[in-house]
Design a binder for this molecule. Sequence first.
Ligand SMILES: NC(=O)c1ccc[n+]([C@@H]2O[C@H](COP(=O)([O-])OP(=O)(O)OC[C@H]3O[C@@H](n4cnc5c(N)ncnc54)[C@H](OP(=O)(O)O)[C@@H]3O)[C@@H](O)[C@H]2O)c1
Length: 364
Amino acid sequence: MRLLAFPLAALLLSAAHCLSPSRIPRRALLLSSAVILPLGIRTYIHGPAPYAVPPLPPRTVVVTGANTGLGKETAARLANSGARVFLCSRDEARGRKAVEEVERGIPEGSGGSAELLLLDLADLGSIDRAAEDLKKRTKVVDVVINNAGVMAIPEFSKTKDGFEKQVGINHLGHFRFTKDIFPLLAQSKNGRIINLSSSAHNIGTKASIEALSTPSAESYTPWGTYGQSKLANVLFTDELDRRLKSAGMDNLSAVSVHPGVVSTDLARYIVKNSDAPLSSLPDASSFLESATASVAKFFLRPVDRGASTQIFLAAEPDLRSRGGEYWTNNKIGKKNKVAEDKELAKSLWEQSEALVGKFDVAKK
Ligand SMILES: NC(=O)c1ccc[n+]([C@@H]2O[C@H](COP(=O)([O-])OP(=O)(O)OC[C@H]3O[C@@H](n4cnc5c(N)ncnc54)[C@H](OP(=O)(O)O)[C@@H]3O)[C@@H](O)[C@H]2O)c1
């Protein structure tokens, strides 16, 4: 409704100008359009109001990439409402800082808690160690939010195990982590696997998924590969959900998410060509940089709204019968046609297994 107000206001102004050009002169019309248009765009990008998390029953949640951005916001809101949350971070100092910040916000008596789990998705050894560590600390995981991600790395680069980095971290790392912690997820009565994708999955192509195992510096483009990794997130979700259903595991479901275009540290490679979060780097140095940052902040979706869909999927009590969908703005969104290709999803699964190990979806 709020969104309709802007085009309606523009329409009314234009109509008033046509009917009475002397009362609403052209300059006033242009001036008000210059205000109405950006506000309309901003309202559209900002999306719905933040989701209010209900008090949660005892629930163990694991969030990857939880030291900043959407992951930290998600961890904080779920812990505040009573969940036991494991915040995964690849960097111990950044992770501890985030855990302390989340802990400080947890209301007394809510039952929520925050703990650090060290996890570097660019290193299979680290993924296995994180899963082992988790198994010592809990018998069950109700929700895993595979949230960590990197975007548009300018150069072709590799993870510790030799995978192209965007696909290695965004998809293969999460595939291996989900496989490793699957015995804990299988214990949940109403478990969810929530995979962060993006509308950028639309950039991904069938050919790029078919060629996932054979990346090359020659075929690498920063955005094409980001799109490939985000399409892989949607296809992995669908195939996992299908396998859960055919294994009769109706206690678990898998969904993917586009959070909107959110003001986080994700643009680090574009803004500073840095592997470290923007928030850990010195502020913009020139006037142009600060002005660009302020304009971006004005238009981009705030993180509390951006994290809402994944928080909603983790916290809403009645999602059990669903699965395999691509969610955005707290509702089911429209995925690209390529992302509906079941054969492609199966091929991705088989390639991922060949690269990082067999993932047996079965009741234990
Ligand atoms: N922001 C958006 O507009 C947007 C839009 C669509 C989709 N998404 C998706 O949302 C997810 C969260 O992104 P964000 O916007 O919150 O970005 P962010 O602020 O940059 O957070 C990304 C998180 O991923 C972690 N990470 C990066 N490399 C890792 C690795 N090798 N191992 C483990 N963790 C690693 C980062 O840790 P460090 O801080 O230590 O690097 C950070 O905690 C991503 O999957 C992204 O693709 C975001």
